[in-house]
Design a protein around this ligand. Structure first.
Ligand SMILES: *[C@@H]1O[C@H](CO)[C@@H](O)[C@H](O)[C@H]1NC(C)=O
Length: 216
């Protein structure tokens, strides 16, 4: 039995040993071909003869985002889906605008580390280390400060200054992904059973229903 488990474990991880990381470039670029019927990890390459400058270009990250929403933030995140030339390169960028007290709620990027630069304002940032320590590493950043959110860890930002704020960040994935803690736990579709969440959070189901309410 152990042998079978071991073999199936090896079989599970073996493909990732071979394909888990993008190799060093084998060509100048691999612009994403969204129309290809071939499915790979990422996107297949567009014929280089069809590649134009616009595949490497995204305009508008100078535009101030509309922060008139409950969180008081606007996120402009061009990934490989907006910049097909990012395909296979393992990088992307994001602009966040913050109204007064605006919050990017606790979230993680399943495929990236992040380095954040404060362009305007004063931003409280933090990330939490994994179990069992769950240590909060947190700081109030000023304009020009740079902060790192290590790979995959939950982190957050809040504008704690007296005016609007702007950050730019850079991530080591062309498709970093976002998992927002509250959305994943209370906003899933279909919802996670109340019984599971009652035990997980040690509250009664009326509290769970209240936490689920904004999402459903
Ligand atoms: C900003 O978003 C709000 C809410 O969606 C909307 O009512 C408002 O018209 C938007 N403002 C601008 C300038 O687009």
């Amino acid at each position: 039995m152990n042998l079978i488990l071991t073999l199936s474990f090896v079989a599970t991880i073996w493909p990732s040993l071979v394909l888990g990381h993008e190799p060093s470039p084998l060509q100048d670029f691999c612009v994403a071909d969204f129309n290809s019927i071939v499915k790979v990890n990422g996107f297949p390459c567009l014929n280089p003869k069809q590649v134009t400058v616009d595949h490497f270009l995204f305009k508008g990250l100078n535009i101030v985002g509309n922060t008139s929403n409950y969180l008081g933030v606007s996120v402009n995140r061009p990934t490989v889906n907006e910049i097909p030339g990012l395909n296979t390169l393992g990088i992307s960028t994001v602009r966040v605008d913050y109204a007064l007290s605006g919050v990017v709620p606790p979230h993680r990027h399943p495929r990236a580390s992040e380095i954040l630069v404060v362009l305007e304002g004063t931003i409280l940032v933090g990330f939490v280390t994994s179990n069992p320590e769950n240590k909060l590493i947190s700081k109030v950043l000023e304009k020009g400060d740079v902060f790192v959110f290590p790979f995959g860890l939950f982190h957050f930002q809040q504008n704690v200054g007296s005016g609007n704020a702007v950050t730019m960040a850079f991530l080591d994935s062309q498709n970093p992904g976002v998992v927002i803690a509250a959305n994943a736990v209370f906003g899933s579709r279909p919802t996670i059973n109340d019984d599971v969440l009652v035990r997980a959070f040690e509250v009664d189901s009326s509290v769970i229903d209240k936490l689920k309410a904004p999402y459903h």
